[in-house]
Design a protein around this ligand. Structure first.
Ligand SMILES: Cc1cc2nc3c(=O)[nH]c(=O)nc-3n(C[C@H](O)[C@H](O)[C@H](O)COP(=O)(O)OP(=O)(O)OC[C@H]3O[C@@H](n4cnc5c(N)ncnc54)[C@H](O)[C@@H]3O)c2cc1C
Length: 490
C-alpha cells in the first residue's frame, strides 16, 4: 500500500449535513471513517442554503413588521440596509465561507478528512482527485488518493442548482443561490426564474430590501408542489407588496447586455428585465460525478434508489438530496440516522416518508406535511377537506396586519386520519408541528377533535379547520366552533 492508498472502515462521499452527521457519529463510535469533501464541510445548508437564507429572511421580516406599525402602534420609518445582513452572513453564518470549525468538528472525533472530488472506482473503492482552486488543492494536490472501505461507502453528495436549457442563459452571469447568498449589494431589479420555495423566499427578501422583483414560474402557480391555495395566497401577498408575479409561461430566451442587465422573454413574448437574474428552478443530483455505475447503479437516474435502510447496493448506502426523497436538511439528517444504525448493526424501523414536513419561509410562512389534497386523491383515497382562514381565527384577528394565512386539513376518510395538512400564516412553520405529529402518528381525526387547543393561539385554528372538515355533519366529538369567533366581526 502506498501513501496514496488508505484502508478505512467507511468512506463518506460528501460532507453536507447528512454526510457530516453520519461520518462524525460513526467515527465517534470507533470506526475509521474517511469523509471526502470537494467544497466546504457542512455542505449547502450552512454556507449557501438554510442558515444564511433564514438570516436574510429574519432581516426582511423585521422590515415588514416595522412597516406594519402605522395604524397599530404609532409611526415608523424603515430604511433598509443590506450591510448588516451581508455582514452577519459573512461573519456569523459562514465564517467568510471557511469551514475550519466544521472540519475540526469531524477530525476532533477521529475522522479523516480527505479534500477533493470522490468517485467510486470499484466496489469498496473511492478515488479522490484534488479540486484545483479549492481547499482540496491545499492538502491534496498531487496524484489521486485511493480509499478502500472495509464496511461500506456512504453516498451523501447532495444536489446542485438545476439550470434549465433556456436559449441564451448559459452564457450569461446569472445567479444561483450561491451568488444570491454571497451578494454584498441588493440589485436595483431582479428577475427570479422559479417560484418554488427557494425562489419565493429570496424574491421576497430582495423586494423588502428595495429591489424591483419579478418572479417567473413556468407552472400554473407559485409553490407548485404545495396546495394550490398556498401558491395563490403567496402570489396575492407578493402582488400586494409590489412583486410582479408571472406564472404559467416558461421562459423562452434570456439575453444579457452588460449595464442594461438581463432580459427574459417568456413564451408569448412578454419581456422581463432585471439588473440581476436568479435561477431557482430546482436542484439536481449528479450520479455520474460520484461514479455510481461502478457499483451497478445507473448513473443516468435522477436519484440513487435506496431501500428503507438507505442501502443502495451491497456495501453502499445513500442519504440526503441525492436520494430524491425530499431536498431538506431534516431528510438528510433523518436518513443519516438510519445509515448510522444500519452500519452499526442496530435494529431500527426503516425510513417512512408519509409525514415529510416542509416549510417555505416566506411571510406568511407556508408549512406543509404529508400529502396535498390532489396527491391523496391521485392515490385513490376517499378524501375530506377542511379549510379555515387565519384572519377569521381569534389570534389572526387580533394579529391584524400581516395575518394572511389558512389551515387546510386533508383527511383519509377510509382510515379516519389526516393524510396531509398545510398551515400558512405567521409562524405557519411552527403551527405545522402539531399537524406533523398528527400525520406522523396517524392520530385519529376523532382524537384531534377531542383535543384542547390553547386560546388564542395560531394553532387553535386547527380546531376550526376540523370543524370545517366535518362540515354539516360534524364528526362526533368535535367541540363547538372557536368561541372567540363570536366576538369578531363576521
Ligand atoms: C437557498 C436554499 C435554502 C434552503 N433552505 C432550507 C431550509 O430552510 N430547510 C431545509 O431543510 N433545507 C433547506 N435547503 C435544502 C438543504 O440545504 C439541503 O437539502 C441539504 O443541504 C442537503 O444535504 P445533503 O446532506 O444532501 O448534502 P449537501 O448539503 O448538498 O452537501 C453535499 C456536499 O457534498 C459535496 N460533494 C458533492 N459531490 C462530491 C464528491 N463527488 N466528492 C466530494 N464531495 C462532494 C458538495 O460539495 C457538498 O458540500 C435549502 C437549500 C437552498 C439552496
Amino acid at each position: 500500500m502506498t501513501d496514496r492508498e488508505r484502508d478505512v472502515d467507511v468512506v463518506v462521499i460528501g460532507m453536507g449535513p447528512g454526510g457530516e452527521h453520519a461520518a462524525g457519529t460513526l467515527a465517534k463510535a470507533g470506526l475509521t471513517v474517511a469523509g471526502v469533501e470537494n467544497s466546504l464541510v457542512g455542505g449547502e445548508c450552512p454556507y449557501w442554503g438554510c442558515v444564511p437564507s433564514k438570516m436574510m429572511i429574519r432581516a426582511a421580516d423585521l422590515i415588514a413588521e416595522g412597516r406594519r406599525i402605522p395604524g397599530m402602534a404609532g409611526r415608523s420609518e424603515v430604511h433598509p440596509d443590506w450591510a448588516p445582513v451581508a455582514r452577519r452572513i459573512r461573519d456569523e453564518a459562514t465564517d467568510n465561507w471557511d469551514d475550519t470549525v466544521a472540519a475540526e468538528r469531524f477530525t476532533s472525533v477521529g475522522g479523516i478528512l480527505v479534500r477533493g472530488q470522490g468517485r467510486i472506482t470499484a466496489p469498496g473503492e473511492v478515488t479522490v482527485t484534488p479540486v484545483p482552486g479549492s481547499q482540496s488543492a491545499g492538502n491534496g494536490a498531487g496524484p489521486p488518493q485511493v480509499l478502500r472501505a472495509r464496511r461500506g461507502i456512504v453516498i451523501a453528495a447532495g444536489s446542485k442548482p438545476a439550470v434549465p436549457p433556456i436559449p441564451g442563459l448559459a452564457s450569461t452571469p446569472f445567479w444561483t443561490n450561491h451568488q444570491a447568498i454571497e451578494t454584498g449589494e441588493v440589485p436595483r431589479s431582479l428577475v427570479v426564474l422559479g417560484g418554488g420555495a427557494i425562489g419565493a423566499e429570496l424574491a421576497q427578501v430582495f423586494a423588502r430590501f428595495g429591489s424591483r422583483v419579478t418572479v417567473a414560474e413556468g407552472a400554473g402557480r407559485l409553490l407548485p408542489l404545495e396546495e394550490p391555495e398556498a401558491g395563490d395566497l403567496i402570489a396575492e401577498v407578493f402582488t400586494r407588496d409590489g412583486v410582479t408575479v408571472r406564472t404559467g409561461r416558461p421562459a423562452a430566451r434570456v439575453e444579457y447586455s452588460g449595464g442594461a442587465g438581463f432580459t427574459v422573454t417568456l413564451d408569448g413574448g412578454e419581456e422581463l428585465t432585471g439588473q440581476a437574474l436568479l435561477v431557482a428552478t430546482g436542484r439536481r443530483a449528479d450520479l455520474a460525478a460520484v461514479g455510481t455505475a461502478a457499483v451497478g447503479i445507473d448513473e443516468h437516474l435522477k436519484a440513487v434508489p435506496v431501500d428503507g435502510h438507505m442501502r443502495a447496493a451491497p456495501g453502499v448506502w445513500a442519504l440526503g438530496d441525492i436520494t430524491g426523497k425530499g431536498a431538506f436538511t431534516h431528510i438528510s439528517m433523518y436518513q443519516a440516522g438510519i445509515v448510522i444504525d444500519d452500519i452499526l448493526g442496530r435494529d431500527r424501523t426503516g425510513a417512512e416518508y408519509h409525514a415529510v414536513p416542509r416549510v417555505t419561509f416566506t411571510d406568511p410562512e407556508v408549512g406543509a406535511v404529508g400529502l396535498t389534497e390532489a396527491q391523496a386523491r391521485d392515490q385513490g383515497m376517499a378524501v375530506r377537506v377542511g379549510v379555515t382562514g387565519v384572519p377569521q381565527s381569534a389570534r389572526g384577528w387580533i394579529h391584524k396586519a400581516g395575518n394572511d394565512g389558512f389551515i387546510k386539513l386533508v383527511e383519509d376518510t377510509g382510515r379516519g386520519v389526516l393524510a396531509g395538512a398545510t398551515s400558512v400564516g405567521p409562524w405557519g412553520g411552527e403551527v405545522l408541528s402539531a399537524l406533523a405529529v398528527a400525520v406522523h402518528a396517524r392520530v385519529p381525526v376523532q382524537r384531534l377533535c377531542e383535543m384542547i387547543y390553547a386560546y388564542p393561539t395560531f394553532h387553535r385554528a386547527i380546531d376550526a379547520a376540523l370543524d370545517e372538515l366535518a362540515g354539516d355533519g360534524r364528526a362526533p366529538g368535535c367541540g363547538p366552533c372557536d368561541q372567540a369567533r363570536v366576538t369578531q366581526p363576521s
